[in-house]
Design a protein around this ligand. Structure first.
Ligand SMILES: [Zn+2]
Length: 220
């Protein structure tokens, strides 16, 4: 439950675990920078609810522990890494720490990761192999990892439906159209309310957004 300074009380989902197989549209929520951001349905005010989360994309063998704060101390980073390593050694998967771009730490090349092999072999030889766990600090790094795993057509596309009308009915209609497409094509809807302008954004893969654009374009 979120209480907006305007007085509106509304529900907003806060994620600690994102699985793109269960919720394919969440990949694009993440890429649009809208995960764990609430938007007040009354005044449009946004509020961030930063917390660490796991991003799991089994389809692209991507497993990431995300600490959304990029400006934390080296000690805090180390603490997080040590904690994750001890947990994941038990289950026998690799921990892959990607250094923040631009930071040259311990002689690492810019942006390169360190792979710490699991100390233990998996006990069951035929158990499905888990992808290595990437650890990132800051959402930019997560976006880089995700984009690297996606084909051009799978990357983020977006489309704006906009009206300058203040009439509730017209705005509602726009939102209904967007929601209809979103549920059909597993896209994400986000409302942006500015003075004199009401915009409904649709986020999805370039393929999905392209399909919506074709539908919206009047046929000759
Ligand atoms: Zn509000």
């Amino acid at each position: 439950m979120i209480t907006c300074p305007c007085g509106m009380v509304f529900h907003s989902k806060i994620y600690e675990y994102v699985n793109t197989r269960q919720d394919p549209q969440l990949r694009y929520t993440v890429l649009a920078g809208l995960l764990n951001i609430s938007t007040c349905p009354n005044c449009g005010r946004r509020a961030a609810h930063p917390r660490h989360f796991i991003y799991s994309d089994p389809e692209h063998s991507l497993l990431v522990y995300v600490d959304p704060s990029s400006d934390i101390s080296e000690e805090a980073r180390q603490l997080t890494l040590d904690k994750l390593r001890s947990v994941h050694q038990e289950v026998g998967i690799e921990v892959n720490y990607t250094f923040p771009a631009g930071e040259k730490s311990r002689g690492e090349e810019r942006g390169m990761g360190v792979i710490i092999p699991a100390r233990q072999q998996r006990k069951e030889a035929n158990a499905p192999s888990a992808p290595p766990l990437h650890v990132v600090f800051g959402l930019d790094q997560l976006h880089e990892l995700i984009n690297a795993s996606l084909s051009q057509q799978e990357r983020l596309g977006r489309l704006a439906l906009r009206t300058s009308s203040h009439r509730e009915a017209e705005r509602g209609q726009l939102l209904d159209i967007a929601r209809k497409f979103a549920s059909e094509l597993q896209c994400q809807v986000d409302v942006e309310i500015l003075p004199g302008e009401y915009t409904v954004w649709l986020y999805g893969s370039r393929r999905q957004i392209g399909a919506i654009m074709r539908e919206l374009t009047p046929q000759g």
